[in-house]
Design a protein around this ligand. Structure first.
Ligand code: ADP
Ligand code: ADP
Length: 234
């Protein structure tokens, strides 16, 4: 049974704009899956339908269903989905710039998490991202773009998600940093068994780390296959 199963989902913005037109995506437990496609294809909308962040943008699922660990979450509140283990790193590496990474991670902790559990998670995150560990007490606004992206991912990891969704984490980063971040994602996936759904325009980089991909064009899945099959096709 897949950890996430999205079946024939349509999303309407403002009750008129049909942004995705029957998208079906499965994430097998413990796998890394990529959503690929050009700008405006519907990739971010697909992630927002899963995390529940559509509502803030006047969007809604108008058809189809989304199941997480077998439970229908199509109409669940976003904060309850976080509690279920779904975390969405939105595009644009959003962190609190006037806080340090240390404070950013603390602020991202679920309410009720004990100080000792939080410290364990922080150390795990700093182990995965040594660059972030070095800057843990600097103001986040002064971190490089790559370090801010690492912090944005760290803020998601503090919630100990079962499904980590990332929207264009490579955007605007030098290729060596993209390789570094993708390598760390792969390590987290292997060591913690975390399932990952990755949205990327950079298909070649993404297909190096995922097992399977979906190509989305104009609101529809136009291709789905193993990374090898998709690479051969691109
Ligand atoms: P991608 O992530 O693949 O670039 P998006 O999911 O952001 O694509 O966008 C899919 C389509 O939905 C585009 O035509 C975009 O203009 C439209 N869209 C995205 N967000 C909104 C919104 N909040 N309101 C109206 N239209 C939107
Ligand atoms: P903040 O500025 O509080 O860090 P954002 O503006 O980045 O938050 O995100 C808007 C809201 O969406 C936040 O309150 C965040 O907790 C919430 N949210 C709901 N569901 C999710 C999710 N699956 N992943 C990440 N944030 C989520």
């Amino acid at each position: 049974q897949p950890i996430l199963s999205m079946n024939s989902v349509e999303v309407l913005y403002d009750n008129v704009m049909l942004a995705i037109k029957g998208v079906s995506v499965q994430v097998p437990k413990g796998e890394m899956i990529a959503l690929l496609g050009s700008n405006g294809a519907g990739k971010s909308t697909t992630l927002k339908a899963i995390s529940g962040l559509l509502k803030a943008e006047r969007g809604r699922v108008s058809r189809g269903e989304i199941k997480f660990e077998g439970t229908d979450i199509t109409d669940m509140l976003a904060q309850n989905r976080v509690a279920q283990g779904i975390c969405h790193v939105i595009e644009g590496r959003r962190v609190f710039e006037h806080l340090t990474p240390e404070e950013n991670l603390t602020a991202a902790a679920p309410s009720g998490m004990s100080r000792s559990a939080l410290n364990v998670e922080k150390e795990k995150i700093y182990n995965y991202f040594p660059r972030l560990a070095e800057r843990r007490n600097s103001l986040s606004g002064y971190l490089s773009g790559g370090e801010q992206q690492m912090l944005a991912i760290g803020r998601a990891l503090v919630t100990q998600p079962k499904l980590l969704m990332l929207d264009e984490p490579s955007l605007g980063l030098a290729p060596f940093l993209v390789a570094e971040i993708f390598g760390i994602l792969q390590k987290i996936n292997k060591e913690d068994g975390m399932s990952v759904l990755l949205v990327e325009q950079n298909a070649l980089a993404a297909l190096e780390i995922v097992s399977e991909g979906y190509l989305i064009e104009n609101g529809r899945v136009v291709m789905n296959g193993t990374a090898e099959a998709l690479k051969a096709n691109s």
